[in-house]
Write a protein that binds this ligand. Structure first.
Ligand SMILES: [Zn+2]
Length: 358
């Protein structure tokens, strides 16, 4: 079995040259005392933007800000599950990435009412790992190691569990953004060489199309660079890709793909179930634990097709709240497990209480 296997290689050995090989060193990034930014997601505020790093001189990998891996174990029926923190981000331009702009006053009131910070939007990066029989499933892979010490911690979490990268048999890519795909690459090769990397066909079709359509998006980052980088990552992962459609089960029948378009064309959620227990991984259906719940029509500028993303969120929240379904969120406060519950005309995120297994 997996326990007692040799100690996995260090995080540096996993990922040391991935940045240069993927061209990531040339991606814009910023590192401040309390903030970090995904390479392909936001436009950094001018005050926090360093000069772009030259591809010829990759930025050094600094020690991560927290040395101990954050790994939370739990179960879904007989399925072993872990929530690994890949790190954290803070968009320190208050709530300016939230839309519509005319609702920002109401958003600020909601944040104050919940005792939340107003100076920026925190984003957690949570990676769900499942083990059932012979299958070891990684649901997205986080950023991968980058110069930013606040992110790229997944390899440490897997080592803590005792899972080697060769042990991963199935991987889920919810969509192509860098905080989800980056960790699947190591030194220009697939990080998890034995894993079938399952992604919705619509997602690959979007990034592979001659002119991916961002006409409805409010994203302010460098779209051509993002398209180039996602395509480069898909090229590296090509031999591992398995294209999925809405309703497809993964091997063993314990997880099902569910189309959840809007954040990207082929964005998906994952229904995991065993026995009487289930959990829905909502991926990027929500980026904040208050704002998208108080009013599901509020959205973050990273959505490719906001109107569709909002409709998807409303549909999924109604289903989850109606059944009180156990839920997991990629960007919700770690470990990211809880439930979507009705509240007024909207919803609230009720985090599940920690359990030590008793
Ligand atoms: Zn994301």
């Amino acid at each position: 079995m997996l326990r007692g296997m040799p100690t996995p290689p260090t995080r540096r050995a996993f990922c040391g040259t991935a940045l240069a090989s993927l061209g990531l060193a040339a991606w814009p990034h910023r590192v401040t005392a309390a903030s970090s930014v995904p390479a392909s997601a936001p436009t950094p505020s001018p005050a926090a933007t360093p000069a772009p790093t030259s591809a010829a001189a990759p930025a050094a990998i600094k020690p991560k800000t927290h040395q101990k891996p954050f790994v939370y174990p739990f179960n879904i029926g007989a399925i072993e599950a872990w929530s690994i923190s890949d790190g954290h981000m803070l968009f320190n331009d208050r709530i300016d990435k939230m839309r519509p702009p005319e609702a920002r006053g109401a958003m600020a009131e909601e944040l104050v009412a919940h005792g939340e910070r107003l100076d920026g939007i925190p984003l957690y990066v949570n990676v769900l790992v499942l083990r059932y029989g012979r299958e070891v499933v990684l649901c997205d892979a986080g950023f991968g190691v980058r110069p930013n010490p606040n992110i790229g911690w997944v390899a440490d979490g897997l080592a803590e569990i005792g899972i080697r990268r060769e042990d991963v048999t199935q991987a889920i890519l919810s969509h192509g953004h860098s905080d989800h795909i980056g960790g699947f690459i190591n030194a220009g090769k697939p990080m998890f060489p034995n894993a079938a990397l399952r992604v919705m066909k619509a997602e690959v079709d979007f990034w592979r199309s001659p002119t991916p359509d961002f006409s409805k998006s409010f994203r302010r980052d460098n779209i051509p660079n993002m398209i180039r980088d996602v395509r480069a990552a898909l090229d590296i992962l090509q031999s591992n890709l398995v294209l999925q459609r809405d309703g497809d089960d993964i091997q063993g029948g314990f997880a099902t793909f569910q189309a959840a378009p809007g954040h990207t064309d082929g964005h998906c959620t994952l229904l995991i179930r065993h026995g009487q227990e289930s959990l829905v991984h909502i991926m990027d259906v929500a980026h904040h634990h208050v704002l998208m719940f108080s009013d599901p029509s509020w959205f973050i500028e990273f959505d490719h097709v906001p109107e569709q993303a909002v409709a998807t969120r409303k549909r999924i929240f109604a289903e989850l709240a109606g059944k009180r379904t156990r839920t997991y969120g990629f960007h919700l406060p770690w470990p990211g497990i809880g439930r979507v519950l009705p509240r007024g005309s909207g919803y609230r995120w009720e985090a599940e209480r920690w359990s030590w297994g008793s």
